[in-house]
Design a protein around this ligand. Structure first.
Ligand SMILES: Nc1ncnc2c1ncn2[C@@H]1O[C@H](COP(=O)(O)OP(=O)(O)O)[C@@H](O)[C@H]1O
Ligand SMILES: [Mg+2]
Length: 248
């Protein structure tokens, strides 16, 4: 089954055409990377899938159900999580508080309406468990804005996973990381997304080829190729257009 599918997806920004009929297919359990040069339309593709923008044409399907135009919070409720290219934690809240907010959003509870003590205990326990999974116990009470870059991205991934999504979209989680941080991030993604369907946008080809079992190449808003890492590596169109002389 395709967990995620776009059919003839188009998008433009007041006349600037960015996506031209994208047909993306992501199978259940796949770790699917979307690669392509800067400006290819990768983030716009995520934004039209996840309700930030309404596509100017075409449709989005989640497990064969049409979800075009769903709002981000509706997507969370049906099992879709995402992270953003730009860090999007609440900088003044602690790591604990950030994760708790994400967990509360899963329960559909607004914090200020939150009065049920038993539920509060459950949410606190879930938050602590998530801090542990993501190796942020030591940073529990540190404001997100004071975390190292790698740790703040880890926090963000944990927030995307806190809603327990079946499908998670990660936009350039390793961008700007050091080698060590990147290595840790790849391990973290692997651990956090076991059994999930994952779509990642990624520039770092080491990350792409070590994580992905399927790759889609986006070029000027169109899919140039889709295939296994080996197929993509060998694809002459991809080499010409994008990978060039890179040793991948
Ligand atoms: N909000 C926006 N308004 C206008 N143009 C945009 C906006 N977001 C992206 N673009 C343009 O759309 C194109 C694709 O951008 P983007 O999807 O961010 O590419 P990528 O993530 O592949 O680098 C670029 O030309 C970019 O300048
Ligand atoms: Mg982008």
């Amino acid at each position: 089954m395709n967990v995620l599918e776009t059919r003839d997806l188009h998008h433009d920004f007041s006349g600037l055409k960015v996506l031209f009929g994208v047909n993306l297919q992501v199978r259940e359990g796949e770790r699917h990377a979307v690669i392509g040069p800067n400006g290819a339309g990768k983030t716009t593709l995520f934004n039209t899938i996840t309700g930030t923008y309404h596509p100017s044409g075409g449709d989005v399907f989640y497990k064969e159900k049409k979800i075009t135009g769903y709002k981000p919070h509706e997507l969370v409720r049906i099992g879709i999580g995402r992270s953003f290219q730009i860090t999007s934690t609440f900088t003044r809240l602690t790591a604990f508080e950030n994760i708790r907010l994400a967990i509360l959003s899963k329960h559909g509870i607004r914090f200020n309406l939150f009065r049920n003590v038993n539920k509060m205990k459950e949410v606190t326990e879930e938050t602590e468990a998530m801090l542990e999974r993501v190796n942020l116990i030591g940073e529990r009470d540190i404001p997100a804005g004071m975390l190292s870059y790698g740790k703040s991205r880890a926090l963000e991934i944990s927030m995307a996973m806190a809603t327990d999504p079946e499908l998670v979209l990660l936009d350039e989680f390793a961008a700007g990381m050091s080698r060590d941080e990147t290595h840790n991030a790849v391990e973290l993604i692997r651990k956090m997304t076991t059994g999930k369907t994952v779509v990642i946008i990624e520039h770092d080809m080491d990350v792409v080829f070590s994580l992905a079992d399927k790759i889609t190449v986006l070029h000027y808003g169109k899919i140039l190729a889709t295939g296994t890492p080996d197929e993509i590596r060998r694809n002459p169109d991809v080499k010409d257009a994008y990978l060039g002389d890179l040793e991948v």
